[in-house]
Ligand binder design. Structure first.
Ligand SMILES: [Zn+2]
Length: 93
């Protein structure tokens, strides 16, 4: 009686991840950031911030300028839409 349970099928997992070489800027955040064509695109996380140059890069590829203008990944330009009442309502206790 041989109770040897040797596994003969040794499947060395060959992951075919090298087939696709395109690396899209996937969002790794949870919850995921809104996409560039979303109306909520400005609430994506910042991935680069260059205040000295006046722009920020959002996770979804949107370039956000300090005058609230935007440049979308597909080249579309959003005109600045600075809110009229720029005063932030501070609720300091
Ligand atoms: Zn993200």
């Amino acid at each position: 009686m041989n109770g040897a349970s040797s596994r003969g099928t040794d499947k060395t997992s060959i992951s075919p991840t090298t087939t696709e070489r395109k690396i899209p800027p996937m969002c790794q955040h949870q919850p995921p950031c809104p996409t560039a064509d979303s109306a909520d695109r400005e609430s994506a996380r910042l991935v680069a911030h260059h205040p000295e140059q006046g722009w920020s890069l959002l996770c979804n590829g949107v370039l956000l300028f300090e005058d609230t203008g935007e440049l979308l990944p597909d080249g579309q330009i959003i005109a600045p839409h600075r809110p009229l009442g720029a005063d932030h309502v501070m609720t300091a206790a």
